[in-house]
Write a protein that binds this ligand. Structure first.
Ligand code: NAD
Length: 249
């Protein structure tokens, strides 16, 4: 099947579906300059083991290591801007073409692009919170404390230890994961954009959905379940897909 034929079929599948959910991963943000984990040559995995740097085990047992490695990755995403793929998803939501964006990303780019119904199943890098009293703090406030050598940073209100609101390897998933599961299981079509589908349990969303379309440069373990796999860069593919939808309807 040619690329144009794949785009047309994906556009028709979206228009034919009563409900569409989207699952995004780090690959949707590489064109915004944020490295993913697994892309050969550029992924973070080439330089470090993110499952170590971004683990709850290191946060609690070796905070100095966490704040000198993992925390720096988290705070490095703040200046990135959304790309065409994020904007197309926001427009598709406004037009009622998709119901929700379930994202593994922690880069805030779906919000910046204007998406509204976003389920951040791996948390976010906007805030942190106190493990003792639960108060929320801006991530910038935590970063300032760390810069001044306060490791781990502590809560001004109660002296408890602060931690980022990101879901680290080894953490429980947040309550919105149940909602994401509901969207994936109940929707007519799940569109996966820029995820290797290697990280569980979120990758199981691709197992419970009825119909599956994958847009990704590389392979995923769920390719055999997908009715369509479009191999290409998310920005271009989503732009072409949106134009095809506009032509057809
Ligand atoms: P991943 O790194 O495992 O996989 C990314 C996939 O996207 C790869 O298969 C790659 O081939 C593909 N890809 C890369 N650039 C692409 C592009 N321009 N267009 C289409 N596909 C592209 O990422 P993942 O599946 O999201 O899982 C890993 C974890 O990484 C997640 O838990 C996520 O929280 C975390 N993470 C997030 C960010 C972010 O927030 N931007 C960045 C790095 C890692």
């Amino acid at each position: 099947m040619t690329y144009d034929e794949q785009i047309r079929r994906a556009a028709e599948a979206i228009l034919d579906s009563g409900s569409v959910a989207v699952l995004t991963g780090a690959g949707i943000s590489t064109e915004s300059g944020i490295p993913d984990f697994r892309s050969p040559g550029t992924g973070l995995w080439e330089k470090m083991d993110p499952m170590e740097a971004l683990s709850a085990r290191v946060l609690f047992n070796n905070p100095r290591k966490f704040y000198h490695t993992g925390f720096k990755i988290l705070t490095s995403m703040g200046n990135a801007e959304p790309n065409r793929a994020h904007f197309v998803l926001a427009d598709m939501e406004k037009e009622g073409l998709i119901d929700a964006v379930i994202t593994q990303n922690i880069d805030n780019l779906h919000q910046k692009a204007g998406s509204k119904n976003i389920l951040e199943v791996h948390g976010d890098t906007r805030t942190g919170y106190c493990l003792k009293c639960g108060v929320k703090v801006e991530i910038g406030e935590m970063a300032e404390k760390v810069e001044q050598g306060e490791i781990p940073p502590v809560c001004d209100a109660c002296g408890g230890v602060l931690r980022p609101s990101v879901i680290l390897f080894g953490d429980m998933l947040p309550p919105c994961f149940d909602k994401a599961w509901g969207y994936a299981a109940d929707c007519d079509l799940l569109l996966v954009v820029g995820s290797s589908l290697n990280v569980g349990p979120v990758n199981n969303l691709a197992a419970v959905c009825k119909r599956l379309i994958i847009i990704n440069i590389g392979d995923t373990p769920f390719d055999s379940r997908a009715e369509l796999i479009i191999r290409g860069k998310a920005g271009q593919v989503m732009d072409d897909l949106y134009k095809a939808i506009e032509r057809i309807r």
